[in-house]
Design a protein around this ligand. Structure first.
Ligand code: GDP
Length: 450
């Protein structure tokens, strides 16, 4: 608790040169420290143009000082922003001066952590701040903004209210078993729980899409040497990354790329050509390719259109679900074959295309979005993380248990317990019930100054 009373300081703008740089102070002494540096008594929410002075009254810079009194500030505490010129040296001096006057350097994410601890935002919104700053696509930024504005939180709150209302009914049943006034018959209770599960399912679907936008997908490209893996990767990335040559086995090591395909971050690994070989370096490459394929979300196996399929690359594939494998027949331009998709029950999807000319590449993007369940991204998308998806899945499981138990109400206390657990699972998302170590982990990933 003592630590919470500290006044913290940090540079809030990115490292490097810029027109403006902002140093932010938060805590009970923020205003006092700002007075020492600026020599003025700042009015609330007013942009003062002033001089910044060091402790010997020497001029550091001049700029703006803005005071946001508690609780109407980002952190909920007294906050002062000093807007100086965007020079690292000047901003460092302002931070050092603030420290001499009693502030301490903020930890990463500490402003947002204080906003959370002071009840200004919940955990979903705090995470959305980091996601907004780190967003790599327009969709990701928009959905993080929506989470930050509280849209995800308010839908969760609605669900929590439903669960709580049902728990209240159930508790009544436990306390006064012989009274039936206002208590739902069991079939009605399981219907209501079923409705809750349905509503949770709708949110889960959006959360899954949001988490794909944030976390992306791991794809491994496999295939014998010279089938066009590097060319395909270059075409996806839209630039020259891998070495493209006619000599089989050129891509000895793995090349990792992060690219955006229709707003989805895709982490692609181009592997050494899959081929039985005596060359020790290449053998190691093949071994790594197989390991990468095992842990990948999706596998793309490249072959050359019209070439006899020796089947050797398939035998070298890890035992994997055909559902996560796509077979691409490349170089259709050489055979004059049209591009196209083929889907057969129980077999990997096949796409014919040309990595060199680009024909049929859009079919790949279509397949990818289908696989990820993001073909139709709704307008109501919000940013979500794997931990949110996991908590929603857990709550659905617990409610399903409750529904089953509620279908014949021999043990209402067990139904009540499952409902309580579902409430705790949802509460973990917004931060109502959350272990301290998880909190530490979430805020440690922020940048300093946020
Ligand atoms: P990798 O060993 O699988 O990575 O294959 P590369 O990407 O290095 O390609 C081997 C050769 O095939 C290069 O000369 C490429 O230009 C050529 N190539 C790749 N894709 C196509 C294609 O779609 N059509 C044609 N005609 N040539 C291609």
């Amino acid at each position: 608790m003592a630590e919470k009373l500290d006044t913290i300081v940090a540079i809030s703008t990115p490292a490097g040169r810029g027109g403006i740089g902002v140093v932010r102070l938060s805590g009970p002494d923020a205003r006092h420290i700002a007075e020492k540096i600026t020599g003025i008594v700042p009015r609330p929410r007013y942009a003062h143009h002033c001089r910044f002075l060091d402790r010997n009254q020497q001029l550091i810079d001049s700029g703006l000082a803005i005071f946001f009194p508690a609780p109407h500030s980002y952190t909920g505490e007294d906050v002062v922003e000093l807007h100086a010129h965007g020079s690292r040296i000047i901003l460092d001096i302002l931070v050092k001066e603030s420290i001499t006057h009693g502030a301490r350097l903020a930890r990463p994410g500490e402003y947002t952590e204080r906003a959370y601890l002071n009840g200004k935002i919940d955990l979903v919104q705090a995470e959305a701040v980091a996601d907004l700053i780190d967003s790599v696509s327009t969709s990701a930024a928009r959905s993080a903004s929506r989470s930050l504005s509280g849209e995800f939180s308010s839908r969760l709150a609605g669900l929590l209210d439903e669960i709580i209302a049902l728990r209240v009914q159930l508790e009544g049943m436990l306390d006064f078993p012989e009274e039936d006034a206002g208590i739902p018959p069991e079939s009605n209770l399981s219907l209501q729980i079923g409705q809750c599960i349905e509503n949770l399912g709708a949110i889960l679907q959006i959360a899954r899409q949001g988490s794909v936008l944030r976390e992306g997908v791991d794809i491994v490209i496999l295939g014998r040497p010279n089938v066009g893996k590097s060319t395909f990767l270059n075409r996806l990335a839209g630039r020259e990354t891998a070495i493209v040559t006619d000599i089989p086995g050129t891509t000895r090591d793995m090349i990792r790329e992060q690219i955006l395909i229709d707003n989805i971050p895709v982490h692609v690994t181009d592997t050494a050509g899959l081929r039985e070989t005596g060359n020790a370096v290449e053998q190691e490459g093949v071994r790594r390719a197989r390991t990468a394929a095992e842990s990948a979300d999706l596998i793309v196996l490249l072959r050359v259109q019209g070439e006899n399929d020796t089947g050797d690359e398939v035998s070298m594939l890890p035992e994997s679900d055909v559902g996560k494998t796509l077979v691409i027949y490349n170089k259709i331009d050489l055979e004059n074959v049209p591009s196209g998709v083929q889907q057969q029950e129980g077999r990997a999807t096949e796409i014919r295309l040309s990595a060199k000319t680009g024909e049929g590449m859009e079919l790949f993007a279509g397949w990818l979005k289908d696989q990820l369940g993001v073909s139709n991204l709704g307008e109501d998308l919000f940013m979500a993380r794997t931990r949110h998806v996991a908590a929603l899945e857990k709550a659905i499981e617990q409610l399903s248990c409750a529904r089953l138990l509620a279908s014949d109400l021999h043990s209402p206390e067990l139904v009540a317990e499952e409902m309580r657990l579902a409430q705790v699972s949802l509460g973990e998302i917004t931060g109502e019930f959350v272990p301290d170590d998880l909190l530490g982990e979430i805020f440690a990933r922020f940048c300093i100054g946020k």
